[in-house]
Design a protein around this ligand. Structure first.
Ligand SMILES: *Cc1c(COP(=O)(O)O)cnc(C)c1O
Length: 229
């Protein structure tokens, strides 16, 4: 059952790549396992899944403890400064950095452990007032400030597009994020790399791939609907 979902998403990723003349290897699928029990993650692990996305610090810590150590954990949710210390050495990539203050908290914890932490800048591409993320016009300044922190490496941008019925409506936001990454990349700052574009979820990952996504974060399409009660 779970394997069928993964096969289906894989087929759709490949079709989106074919439509847009991209190579499958350019896209990393992040299996968003938030709220799902470790047994389900273990099942996905057993058929080869190694990259999981979570949005809560406590949940990453708990799952990290019990699941195999060759898993790459991606922090995709809003991160509070006082919780950085619990995950900074456990995650492969933090997708959700949207302020200098948060970046400074990451810098401090990374320096203590003498590690470099890879991050993405979260951009509120559709300027929704319910969303986290830096406004598109402020992203470049934020990148320049964070680029000065020696234990942080900026790897690209991330966005969460609006919840819409028709994924075509989000195409402009994916285009906007890509253009922003190109603009920032042209500045060629030290310590700034714009190779990752994390965009696209269950509802719109195919459009995101057509518009240049290099990471798609798919939860429901792989693990089924979430139950928050
Ligand atoms: C939950 C979540 C996803 C996955 O959402 P689905 O619609 O279930 O695919 C992707 N990105 C972020 C940041 C999330 O919080």
């Amino acid at each position: 059952m779970l394997k069928n979902n993964f096969d289906e998403v894989e087929a759709r990723i490949q079709a989106a790549c074919a439509r847009s003349g991209r190579k499958r290897e350019e896209i990393t699928l992040i299996a968003v396992s938030k709220t799902k029990p470790v047994e389900m993650l273990q099942e996905a692990y057993d058929f080869g899944t190694r990259i999981f996305g979570e949005n809560k610090v406590q949940e990453i810590v708990d799952k990290y403890e019990v699941l195999p150590k060759d898993i790459s954990w991606h922090m995709i949710g809003h991160l509070q400064r006082n919780k950085v210390k619990y995950i900074v050495d456990k995650v492969k990539l933090i997708h959700s950095v949207d302020s200098l203050r948060l970046a400074e908290a990451i810098e401090k914890e990374a320096a203590k452990r003498d590690i470099i932490v890879d991050i993405l800048i979260e951009v509120n591409a559709a300027k929704e007032d319910t969303k986290f993320g830096v406004m598109p016009e402020e992203a470049e300044d934020l990148v320049s400030e964070i680029a000065l922190l020696p234990h942080i490496r900026i790897m690209g941008l991330m966005t969460i597009a609006p919840f819409v019925e028709n994924p075509e409506e989000n195409r402009i936001y994916f285009q906007r994020l890509r253009k922003l990454a190109v603009d920032i990349d042209e500045k060629k700052s030290d310590n700034v790399n714009m190779s990752i574009l994390s965009m696209g979820m269950t509802n719109d990952y195919e459009v995101a791939i057509e518009e240049g996504a290099t990471m798609v974060r798919v939860g429901t399409g792989l693990f089924g609907a979430r139950n928050y009660t």
